[in-house]
Design a protein around this ligand. Sequence first.
Ligand SMILES: Nc1nc2c(ncn2[C@@H]2O[C@H](COP(=O)(O)OP(=O)(O)OP(=O)(O)O)[C@@H](O)[C@H]2O)c(=O)[nH]1
Ligand SMILES: [Mg+2]
Length: 473
Amino acid sequence: MYFNKMDSSTIAAIATPIGCGGIGIIKISGPNALSIADHIFRKAGFKQEGPDTAHSFSFKTHRLYYGHIVDPKSGQVLDEVVLAVMKAPHSYTCEDIVEIQAHSGYAVLSAILSLTLKQGARLAEPGEFTKRAYQNGRIDLTQAEAVIDIINARTDKALEIATSQIKGDMKARVEAIRNILVNIMIRANAAIDFPDDAGETIDIDSALETLYSRVGNPLRKLIEQYDNAHVLRDGLNLVIVGRPNAGKSSLMNRLIKKDRVIVTCVPGTTRDLIEETLNIHGIPVVVTDTAGLHETEDPVEVAGIKKTYEHASGCDLVLFVVDASCSLTSEDVTIFEKINNKKTILVINKSDLVDEKFVMDIPDGWADMPQVIISALYNREIDTLKNLVAKIVLSEPGLDLAGKIIPNLRHKIALDRSLGAVSSAIDGLRAKVPFELIAIDVQEAIDSLGEITGVAAGEEILDKIFSSFCIGK
Ligand SMILES: Nc1nc2c(ncn2[C@@H]2O[C@H](COP(=O)(O)OP(=O)(O)OP(=O)(O)O)[C@@H](O)[C@H]2O)c(=O)[nH]1
Ligand SMILES: [Mg+2]
């Protein structure tokens, strides 16, 4: 496994959010964690002789100790605490860990943290505790990433994906595929070293079959699962577009169930992108209200319209709002043409202004768009629209999460690269190119998979992953 320089310092950080609360935790990890705790903790009932609290108290592992944090210089008691002790290697980082459970307030937590620093600990960098768990071989990179996914999960489905990953499901799948490639590589190397025996070492047909069905197919499946289900992990980007006054902002407010966006009868009310998050049947959704799209010279609107199209081009699903109370205009047609390549729901708004049997007269080319007739003003059929959004997302093949492994974007990029190299190795074998060249492709496929678990991940990848963590994790 690739490990960057091991750091033998003892690190400390506040592990809970800063603010007033019942409990705040300061975490210390490293070879001096126990001695630092020993110097600043006075066990309840311990008779202090002199200001220094160090009493060579012999901590037992996986025990809680009740007592006080005391400044060893002044003898001042800072807080009443519970100390959790986990000795190496049976801890989160595989190092000695002490967690000080104090009261949560900025002053008290900062004071205790600075005491630990005075005793020789160093302030932990973001994600450094998890990085140490990785460096000490307790978890692989996918499991480290799952930690942050669990922290960030906004819905139960996102949490389900993250917990499967922290259990090591992704790691196991990738390692299984990688091992098959490693075996092929061993045989390819033998064939290169002993070309006369190549026929015995490599059976081309069985190598082709293995590369295609035992490596290529599972890689394709994982990539497909990313494409189908990444919205459950990363969230669905939903954009509301339409002509001015179609009722986009009214719809936005209904979706998020609050009066977040200004609604007026003046066309061109919304000028900028307005983003909110909501949960639709377990799917985390980021919904964006946008400026009304039409021909205009107003520089503010022009800027807003440009932003709208840019944003819509990168979204997962468009809600295209039109006004039921009047016929479609050339502006509606222009909007449709610009968003035509995106997955879109036609939202026919202001149903309260038309009769019950109303059917919108739409151009032939629009017939494939699923549609829903709503009234944002009267809150009619908003749930039908939400159900349709969920149906469109969840009806993607492969969205039944049971037993499925959903890669993240970083994994998907590496999987793509690995599959590309495998395809090239298959082409090479068929074309009977020398094993030396095929071995290069197989090695690339192996290395790309190694990047996912960390076996072959460079410092840059590690920094990128761990810097996205919060301090104290
Ligand atoms: N009767 C009726 N009026 C609606 C409905 N939805 C919105 N309106 C009205 O239409 C007008 C425009 O609504 P907005 O939600 O501001 O429309 P918009 O599409 O955001 O407009 P811009 O921000 O200017 O692009 C307001 O007067 C709303 O009250 C509806 O379902 N029925
Ligand atoms: Mg608006």
